[in-house]
Design a protein around this ligand. Structure first.
Ligand SMILES: NC(=O)c1ccc[n+]([C@@H]2O[C@H](COP(=O)([O-])OP(=O)(O)OC[C@H]3O[C@@H](n4cnc5c(N)ncnc54)[C@H](OP(=O)(O)O)[C@@H]3O)[C@@H](O)[C@H]2O)c1
Length: 264
């Protein structure tokens, strides 16, 4: 059943979510309210028929699902402003704010409004996000609706909230790790003869294809590696040299360093 959705904070992430919901036809423009203070960036949504303005309370009143997509330092004042309009029987609050815990959000609201935390990544701009979801107080139907919503914007998984920092590292920082891996391939590709543009295409599409193999076939990476590694061949020679240089170890250590940093 279509619900009216308010996106509070139509910035990078908020606008990408709006774009994906419209493109996938999960939402019709009239069902979508998008707010921010500087409206000049939201003209394309207004032209399509979305409600675009700066009145967060009005957006909450007009909607059932509230997606909070502002910076961490902005949310307390906004919740203080909209909490009188929030109704536990009507609303679900979805927060994409990094580091804002459900308990903090519920405390700020002061009412038992179901809260769902979502951790997407930047590929949400092309509806290819990995979005981790955690919740408190949401019914199975509400949760399934929100999973469906983020399902329009990529893949989803439900996790315990205590894993949200780990999800930030693996799912959101993970985009940057993958970019570095691809960049290194491009640098190597140029050294063995390709121009930069051709090396970029080959590197990015090869990584995309490798990821799709795992996602579509559900295989383990090592099963796919076995198919490429001829005995005494060039692939295994390259892979083993990478491991001698600490490839897997440096990735794991980097990931753990990000996690330690986020944990403070
Ligand atoms: N980008 C990502 O990939 C990513 C991934 C996971 C989580 N997150 C989280 O998502 C949140 C948003 O990130 P972002 O990159 O989209 O930031 P952003 O581009 O700065 O967007 C935040 C938006 O909030 C608006 N805003 C500020 N105060 C407002 C108010 N009182 N009422 C309505 N709108 C208001 C700002 O616009 P005005 O100044 O015009 O009001 C701005 O466009 C952050 O908390 C971040 O931690 C981001």
């Amino acid at each position: 059943m279509a619900k009216k959705i308010a996106i509070i904070g139509g910035g990078n992430l908020g606008a990408s979510i709006a774009e994906g919901l419209l493109q996938s036809e999960f939402s019709r423009p009239v069902e979508l309210s998008i707010t921010r203070r500087n409206l000049s960036q939201l003209g394309r949504f207004a032209e399509q028929g979305c409600m675009v303005h700066s009145d967060n309370r009005k957006a909450v009143k007009a909607s059932e699902v509230i997606i909070l997509a502002v910076k961490p330092y902005n949310y307390a004042a906004i919740l203080q402003d909209i909490k009188t309009e929030l109704d536990p029987k009507k609303h679900i609050l979805v927060s994409v704010i990094t580091g804002a815990w459900i308990e903090q959000l519920q405390k700020a609201i002061g009412k038992p409004v179901p809260v769902i935390r979502a951790m997407p990544n930047t590929a949400i701009a092309i509806q290819q996000s990995m979005t981790c979801l955690a919740h408190a107080g949401a019914s199975a139907t509400q949760l399934s609706y929100i999973q469906d919503l983020f399902g329009q914007l990529g893949r989803t998984v439900i996790i315990d909230e205590k894993l949200m920092d780990a999800a930030t590292v693996l799912g959101a920082c993970g985009t940057a790790y993958a970019m570095r891996y691809i960049r290194a391939n491009i640098q190597g590709g140029i050294e063995i003869g390709f121009d930069a543009a051709t090396a970029s295409l080959i590197a990015a599409q090869t990584v995309k294809g490798a990821a799709e193999l795992l996602l579509q076939k559900g295989t383990h990476p090592e099963q796919e590696i076995d198919k490429v590694t001829t005995p005494k061949g060039c692939t295994i020679a390259g892979l083993n040299e990478m491991e001698h240089q600490g490839f897997s170890s440096s990735l794991i250590r980097g990931l753990v360093a990000s996690y330690k940093k986020i944990e403070g």
